[in-house]
Design a binder for this molecule. Structure first.
Ligand SMILES: [Fe+2]
Length: 175
């Protein structure tokens, strides 16, 4: 029913590189929040979970003298733009439906206002859900990017979420 599972994304080396950079535990938490909110608002849970998982894959490491520099980050960050592009490329490579890939990419692009000169975007319900999901897992001082999870536990969580999405899609088809 789905062309690409979360597990296909998660195990791809490109996803591993960027998900680990911005915090795998955070990415998985946001994927779960996105899934639950998608069910609440009657949005496709597969698209929402994928956007949640990949929403921060555009982060760059803003270091100065070996230390994270928050001012440098604030000034120069474009992670939603880079993330939208990286996620789109990855999804297309994995064989994702192109309409879904674009929808996911746009949800990543608009998951935050932090990189925009103004905060007057009117979001689609999916884009709003991914923004809320991210905010639900945020910790002060960006600590959510540093929470750890080991690979096997992360993989199990991803497989479990794939199962939940399949069940939800089956339920909606039969109702
Ligand atoms: Fe985030």
């Amino acid at each position: 029913m789905r062309d690409v599972k979360l597990l296909d994304i998660f195990t791809h080396p490109i996803a591993q590189k960027y998900l680990n950079r911005s915090g795998l535990a955070h990415a998985i938490a946001v994927a779960y929040h996105s899934f639950h909110l998608a069910n609440e608002y009657n949005i496709d849970p597969d698209i929402a979970a994928k956007a949640g998982l990949l929403h921060d894959m555009g982060h760059f490491t803003w270091y100065r003298n070996g230390k994270w520099d928050y001012d440098l980050y604030k000034q120069n960050d474009i992670h939603p733009i880079k993330g939208a592009e990286r996620a789109h490329k990855l999804l297309i490579r994995l064989g994702e439906n192109p309409i879904k890939a674009k929808t996911i990419s746009l949800a990543i692009l608009f998951h935050t206002d932090s990189f925009l000169p103004s905060n007057d975007i009117i979001r689609t319900p999916l884009q709003q859900v991914v923004k809320w999901a991210d905010e639900k897992d945020e910790e002060e001082g960006g600590k959510h990017h540093y929470r750890k999870i080991d690979f096997l536990r992360a993989k199990e969580s991803i497989m479990n979420l794939d199962k939940l999405i399949d069940e939800e899609q089956r339920k909606r088809l039969s109702s």
